[in-house]
Design a protein around this ligand. Structure first.
Ligand SMILES: Nc1nc2c(ncn2[C@@H]2O[C@H](COP(=O)(O)OP(=O)(O)OP(=O)(O)O)[C@@H](O)[C@H]2O)c(=O)[nH]1
Ligand SMILES: [Mg+2]
Length: 479
């Protein structure tokens, strides 16, 4: 059974905001009370939080669809809807968040680091909150916004100070088992280790982590053996340890050639050039191994490597090794900028952006309006309610959207789309929407905006209108 997963695709959906409520206060003998519709609650966020106790993404492999709860709708008597609950997903230290195209959205390192993967939708305002001196009794409320839904990829890059690399059966897992309390699987056949192991080592006052990865063989970069896939788990380490087998029974191998081959595979993988390396000659408890170690040691030292002769089985030379590693780790930590005490919360995008753009989209033959606010306002609009549609027109007008449309060259009857291709709301632009024009007439007689229609439908309607210019629009009765 799988117990370790280091890459998953996750589908997160934040909660939808609850709809606002349109309601009129009723009391005996007071038939015309004011508007008292409450606001909808906020949808819950989906948040990733680093928990160092979590070591695998297995849980998300089993259930990759995660949804936070929706906000509740508002109700009469000024009752607000309850907020949805945030969904917190705990991930291992070192989890990288990517989009489906492979762009890094966040790199989550350090206990408690938080990333909002899906933002909950805002609740819609009720008609009580929408009333003003000008608009005493709004007969509409705003819709709650849909929560953010997206597909992300989580990739674990183990956070360890020291990484052990080497051929299968060189004794990497054996070393971890004697340097730390970790108990990885050890056996005399290649590829015993199928997933990275992590151990915690204490040497003097320094505590550091050490990881081994599945063994490498020549051609790993072409996918031989388990390939180089697991090398991403050594990417964050500050020191690489070559574990060389001095007592291999394979006649065509010797430790120095092994080292060259592993170095070549590391080079193929790339990005590890700047990491300091040391060499561990393992299995010196075996007499032949001891002899060979002594023979090749000067050559390795000449190449600039610090060399340690050890035996994981007989527990020889381990203290020197673990203290030397502690020294290198301490040095690497000292040269790194100090980590922030409080972790930043990374948000996928700025929430409030007042700007918007107007561009002519040749493909769709529409003037396209893009911007956080106009797009949000469209989402909040109940297009079955003319008064709500009029309110949207008011807001767009005040923001200057019509003004900019005019400057961009839009004329009567031109198509205007608010939002991105797939979920844009498209309508025909009426000259009466011109900037600065008073919003005349009763709410409900504004047919300047209409319910969202696909482009084809919109063209059909336009043709129909041209054929019958006196086409009637439904009369709107506010109460
Ligand atoms: N004599 C002797 N045998 C050792 C020593 N260290 C490891 N071994 C043996 O070598 C074999 C492989 O050890 P592992 O620790 O599983 O090797 P590994 O490098 O983790 O191998 P993979 O996980 O397959 O990549 C086991 O049979 C160990 O008992 C040592 O110092 N001396
Ligand atoms: Mg192993």
């Amino acid at each position: 059974m799988t117990t370790f997963v280091d890459r998953v695709e996750l589908h997160v959906a934040a909660g939808n905001g609850g709809h606002g409520c349109a309601s009129v206060h009723r009391e005996k003998f007071k038939p015309l009370g004011g508007p008292d519709g409450g606001n909808g609650g906020r949808g819950g966020d989906v948040t990733l939080v680093v928990d160092q106790a979590v070591t695998t993404l297995l849980e998300y492999h089993h259930s990759p669809h995660r949804k936070a709860t929706n906000g509740q709708p508002g109700a009469g008597d000024n009752r607000s809807g309850k907020d949805g609950q945030d969904l917190v997903l705990y991930v291992p230290d070192g989890t990288v968040v990517l989009d489906k195209q492979g762009n890094v959205l966040a790199d989550l390192v350090g206990q408690g680091t938080t990333f909002v993967a899906g933002q909950g939708g805002r609740g819609g305002l009720g008609n009580a909150a929408l009333s003003s001196a000008r608009r005493k009794a709004p007969g509409f409320a705003l819709l709650g916004e849909p929560g953010e839904a997206r597909d992300i990829v989580l990739e674990l890059k183990t956070v360890a100070d020291v990484a052990l690399v080497g051929y299968p059966s060189a004794g990497k897992s054996s070393l971890i088992s004697v340097l730390s309390a970790a108990k990885p699987k050890i056996a005399d056949y290649p590829f015993t280790t199928l997933v990275p192991n992590l151990g915690v080592v204490t040497a003097g006052s320094t505590v550091y982590t050490i990881a081994d990865v599945p063994g490498l063989i020549p051609g790993a970069s072409q996918g031989r053996g388990l390939g180089l896939e697991f090398l991403r788990h050594v990417e964050r380490c500050s020191v690489l340890v070559h574990v060389l087998d001095t007592a291999t029974l394979e006649s065509d191998r010797d430790p120095v050639t092994d080292l060259d081959i592993i170095e070549e595979e590391l080079r193929q993988y790339g990005g590890l050039e700047d990491r300091p390396r040391i060499v561990v000659l393992n299995k010196v408890d075996i007499p032949d191994g001891q002899d060979l170690a002594e023979m090749i040691r000067p050559d390795l030292e000449q190449r600039g490597y610090q060399v340690f002769e050890v035996s994981a089985v007989a527990r020889l030379g381990l203290k020197e090794l673990s203290f030397a590693l502690a020294g290198i780790v301490a040095e690497a930590r000292a040269s790194k900028p100090k980590e922030e005490a409080t972790r930043i919360v990374i948000r996928p995008k700025a929430v409030d952006d007042a700007g918007f753009t107007v561009t002519y989209d040749e493909v769709e033959d529409v003037y396209r309006v893009r911007g956080e606010k106009p797009e949000r306002w469209v989402r909040q609009t109940d297009f079955n309610n003319d008064e709500a549609v009029g309110y949207l027109a008011d807001r767009l007008n005040r923001l200057g959207v019509e003004d900019r449309l005019m400057k961009a060259g839009a004329r009567a009857g031109d198509g205007v789309a608010i939002g991105a291709e797939e979920n844009a709301v498209v309508f025909d632009w009426e000259p009466s929407m011109m900037a600065g024009a008073e919003m005349l007439g009763r709410r409900g007689e504004d047919h300047r905006l209409e319910a969202p229609r696909p482009a084809a439908q919109r063209r059909r309607d336009r043709d129909a209108e041209r054929a019958d210019p006196d086409r009637e629009f439904e009369e709107f009765n506010p109460f």
